[in-house]
Design a protein around this ligand. Structure first.
Ligand code: ADP
Length: 160
């Protein structure tokens, strides 16, 4: 059973994340998306909001689920009997940090491996931060985030 975790902030989930999730779900038997609870970044969406947005996006992928986690990624993986960590690579700028994290995790737990999926070119520039910037100024975000996220983003920014 090849089970992987896909950790991140997902604040909110973008079409770039979803592209990685779809491809990981094809390559692995099971994928557990892990929303990091103790992120140093301040978040725009609550943990519950992020989880419900992701759940709405993965309904057609029965081997994908979402959980929260705290602490180290390797511990979350181990608790879920996963030996693979999935990450997405957008550009060379992601590489140094991701390589360091993958090596750190492998050093902590030699059974743990990180698999990188390179993003589809159309999403290479996308990040949750960029999408929020575009949404905040009322521009069309439908090319960047999945359908269930559009409404939640509009509501969030209306109340700001
Ligand atoms: P983190 O705070 O851990 O970077 P993110 O939610 O920003 O959390 O990203 C989670 C993972 O998804 C990371 O591996 C990141 O590189 C990847 N990712 C983010 N945006 C994209 C995208 N547009 N295309 C491919 N991968 C992406």
């Amino acid at each position: 059973m090849a089970r992987a975790i896909y950790p991140g902030s997902f604040d909110p989930i973008t079409l770039g994340h979803l592209d990685i999730i779809r491809r990981a779900a094809k390559a692995m038997d099971e994928v557990i998306i892990g929303i990091l609870k103790n992120s140093k970044k301040t978040s725009t969406f609550t943990l519950e909001e992020r989880k419900s947005m992701i759940e709405a996006c993965i309904q057609d992928m029965p081997n994908v689920s979402v959980k929260f986690f705290d602490g180290m990624t390797v511990d979350f993986a181990r608790e879920n009997n996963a030996h693979v960590i999935v990450r997405g690579l957008r550009a060379v700028s992601d590489f140094e940090y991701e390589m360091q994290m993958a090596q750190t995790n492998h050093s902590i737990d030699p059974d743990m491996d990180t698999i990188f999926f390179t993003t589809s070119l159309e999403y290479a520039f996308l990040s949750s931060t960029i999408v929020k910037e575009i949404g905040f100024y009322g521009k069309d975000i439908s090319r960047y985030v999945p359908e269930p996220v559009i409404k939640m983003m509009q509501e969030k920014f209306r109340s700001v």
